[in-house]
Design a protein around this ligand. Structure first.
Ligand code: DGL
Length: 287
């Protein structure tokens, strides 16, 4: 008896697995992807940097939401069932809307996760004084996402924030290791740390900032723990996949890595190497 075509399509969809999508406005998400691949090398990954429209940090809520949703839809069109927004600005300004408003209509069986929740969940393990400093883009800081999320898990933690709008451009322009960067690094750290002498944990709430780690360490008192998100997000993803077998089954396990950018690929490949630590060969994505 012939199988009705609608049933064949349904079965095909059930067995089709796709790569895990990892998104950032530009290069920063590569610092997260690197740790994810270390933790979960068996899966296949698709990275997209929206370089043509970066930086997202200074943009409005509406714009970041609009751009991020377009990129999420692009991941879905590439067969991804799980997308990680490895960008704090997009996580702060777009994730909630996408999860609550868009996904139920456009892709109820797909998932989009961010980097803010996994980070805030574990913050209490690091601070002893319950005073935490957050550095991020203007968008992330203005959204108040970190203080709101941290209060849910750790109501006793006092959160201090500082927006560092110059740090992403310094990194994107490969100036982050030069003496010119010192002024902006020191200035923002000073603004943050002067708010409370008992801050003992500094969270890098921007996926670009791990590149500044040497300078940050240099200008931060030694007793302060500096936290990057890569490892935290990777461990949280591993845990998520174990707890959600239905999604895990839709994640392809061929160990492949594909890089896409919305801008020029040669430019992307040159700069991405700094973040990735190895040669990158990207393709152009039309969004
Ligand atoms: N990497 C992004 C983040 O984590 C910021 C870069 C940008 O401003 O586009 O917030």
């Amino acid at each position: 008896m012939p199988i009705p075509s609608s049933l064949t399509t349904y079965n095909l969809q059930l067995t089709t697995a796709g790569p895990i999508g990892v998104f950032d406005s530009g290069y920063g998400g590569l610092t997260v992807l690197k740790e994810i691949v270390k933790e979960l090398p068996q899966y296949s990954y698709l990275y997209l940097g929206d370089n043509a429209r970066a930086p997202y940090g200074p943009r409005s809520f509406e714009t970041v939401y609009h751009y991020t949703l377009q990129c999420v839809e692009w991941f879905f069109s590439q067969g991804c069932s799980l997308v990680i927004l490895a960008c704090n600005t997009a996580s702060a300004k777009a994730l909630r809307n996408i999860q609550q408003k868009d996904l139920p209509n456009i892709a109820p069986d797909k998932r989009v996760l961010g980097v803010i929740r996994p980070t805030t969940e574990v913050l209490g393990q690091y601070t002893h004084t319950n005073k935490v400093g957050i550095v991020g883009t203007t968008g992330t800081v203005q959204s108040q996402s970190y203080p709101i999320e941290i209060a849910k898990f750790y109501p006793d933690i006092k959160v201090y924030q500082e927006a560092c709008p110059m740090w992403v451009p310094l990194i994107e322009n490969n100036e982050y290791n030069n003496p010119g960067a010192d002024y902006f690094v020191e200035k923002h750290l000073h603004n943050l740390l002067k708010q409370d002498a008992d801050i003992d944990t500094l969270l890098l709430a921007c996926t670009h900032y791990p590149l500044l780690i040497d300078k940050l360490r240099h200008f931060t008192p030694a007793h302060i723990t500096i936290l990057s998100q890569g490892e935290i997000v990777a461990k949280s993803l591993s845990d998520y996949l174990q707890r959600h077998p239905a999604i895990e089954n839709k994640c392809l396990q061929t160990g492949t890595l594909d890089f896409y950018t919305t801008d020029d690929t040669t430019d992307f490949d040159n700069k991405a190497t700094i973040f990735w630590g190895d040669k990158v060969q990207s393709k152009h994505a039309v969004i």
